[in-house]
Ligand binder design. Structure first.
Ligand code: RUB
Length: 307
């Protein structure tokens, strides 16, 4: 395996690369690096390599359908390509072009999503966010001229809220970081909550950084609007067939480096927020109610949901 690919894998596992879209893009970049350096002499051998590498990449973060969908569609593309009479060199070149086109499309979709999200935010709004979602920070930066204020929850145990706070403050947005336990206190003053998304189930439930569902419950109590910024490619197709999206359990050491012997530690990375707590998903196709996510996502991803 090329050393740059090993580095991408390490960086995803250690959260140096974090957030669903960054993870998906990094995994596709790994495929491109592989296509550039692969010594496979036949299209079939190249296909087998890519299939194996995709499985390794998908395993780096188990709760990331955007990455899984991107890798699946890359493997499917190759499966069709190798049926033609092309040389390994041509297949690699076409594969690389396809993956580069994917990255461009993600960027174009994201730009549209930012615009829809920014329109939703009223002037002088106080917005609460959680963890670090590059989609949410993109929207908030786009809405900067509305003189918004942001409360960022710090997000134990890995403090991704600090990434958010730093990024927004550097962009000139009035940003305050608070401990996760202060959510309720600030909800009373907030105009809306906006979080990212790792996975959306068939029934429109949201899987995002642990603590998101707490925010959603508190938002409901205070009648505060709760939005999730989610590309349609974060749809988890397996949930249609009754499977549950796996919630990643991370190392206990992230919570407590040297705990007393009898203390057990659980460190789930994500939690599930029921669709009933979500006012709308902000997607690249527009702002939609949770039940519409399934229909639009399957259409957009070309997923045939019947067998
Ligand atoms: C990040 C997280 C983000 C989503 C969406 O968790 O929960 O809200 O991944 O991010 P982690 P984006 O830090 O464990 O990856 O909007 O950038 O896709």
């Amino acid at each position: 395996m090329h050393s740059d690919i090993k580095k991408i894998i390490r960086d995803i596992k250690s959260l140096k690369i974090q957030g669903a879209r960054n993870v998906a893009k990094a995994s596709v970049k790994a495929l491109i690096i592989h296509a550039e350096h692969s010594k496979a002499s036949t299209p079939r051998a190249f296909y087998n390599e890519v299939k194996k590498l995709s499985a390794v990449l998908a395993g780096t973060r188990p709760t990331e359908p955007m990455m899984r969908n991107a890798l699946d569609s890359a493997v499917k593309f190759l499966y069709i390509e190798i049926k033609g009479r092309q040389t390994a060199k041509t297949v690699k070149r076409r594969f690389k072009e396809k993956q580069k086109a994917y990255l461009k499309k993600v960027d174009a979709d994201t730009k549209r999503l930012f615009e829809y999200g920014a329109k939703l935010i009223p002037k002088d709004a106080l917005v609460i966010t959680h963890c670090h979602s590059s989609t949410v920070t993109g929207i908030l930066k786009k809405a900067k001229s509305k003189k918004i204020k942001v409360i960022a929850c710090e997000t134990r145990p890995r403090y991704q809220g600090r990434i958010t706070a730093k990024e927004l403050a550097n962009a000139g947005i009035d940003t305050t970081i608070v401990v996760d336990g202060a959510m309720n206190l600030y909800m009373k003053k907030a105009d809306l909550v906006m979080v990212g998304a790792d996975s959306i189930t068939s029934r429109g439930d949201l899987i995002n950084k642990v603590g998101t569902s707490t925010l959603a419950h508190i938002a409901k109590m205070h009648d505060t609007s709760f939005y999730s910024a989610a590309e349609l490619s974060k749809y988890s197709a397996m949930t249609f067939y009754g499977e549950r999206e796996k919630i990643e359990q991370r190392s206990p050491k992230e919570v407590w480096e040297k705990p007393p012997k009898k203390v057990k530690i659980s460190n789930p990375a994500f939690d599930v927020t029921s669709a009933k707590y979500i006012n709308a998903y902000i997607t690249e196709m527009g702002v939609i109610p949770p039940p519409a996510f399934f229909t639009l996502a399957t259409k957009r991803l070309g997923i045939k949901i019947y067998r």
